[in-house]
Design a protein around this ligand. Structure first.
Ligand code: FES
Length: 148
């Protein structure tokens, strides 16, 4: 029984130290999106869709649904790192309830980085992957709409 308590105490201390290291590298906004990713889901029959492979080899998918001219739903999935989930989460928030033109003007890696309070240089490509995937999903919607 005493051993179990020792193990619990060790695990808690380890977790605390890991979180301290994470907080040195990442903002509270990054940690919030990492712990509670928004819109991390597939959307059936999307009006706009894209799948992009990033420079690291990871992929991201974005799904859009429209309500007249505004983006009413935006979801994403990724097989990438934790930071790609954070960046995808912020990207969907940037697009939601915006017109396509507004979203196209707003969605960029720089804007994602700004909203996150920055990322370490080694994670910047994760923001680029999220922005590129969303921009291609927006372009897919516009292309499909024009073809109708
Ligand atoms: Fe591949 Fe972050 S390392 S998306």
């Amino acid at each position: 029984m005493a051993k179990d308590k020792d193990v619990d105490k060790f695990a808690q201390e380890l977790q605390k130290q890991i979180m301290e290291q994470i907080r040195k590298r990442y903002s509270e906004t990054v940690i919030d999106h990492w712990q509670n990713p928004r819109n991390f889901r597939k959307i059936e029959n999307p009006d706009g869709y894209a799948k992009v492979k990033g420079s690291c080899g990871d992929t991201m998918e974005m799904y859009l649904k429209t309500d007249k001219e505004n983006i009413s739903e935006c979801g994403f999935q990724t097989d990438g790192c934790g930071t790609s989930i954070v960046c995808g989460s912020v990207a969907t928030e940037l697009a939601l309830n915006k017109s396509f033109i507004q979203a196209l003007g707003l969605v960029s890696a720089d804007e994602i980085l700004k909203r996150l309070g920055g990322l370490p240089q080694s994670d910047v490509h994760c923001a680029q992957l999220a922005a590129e995937t969303l921009r291609r999903a927006l372009a897919d919607y516009l292309y499909q709409k024009r073809a109708q």
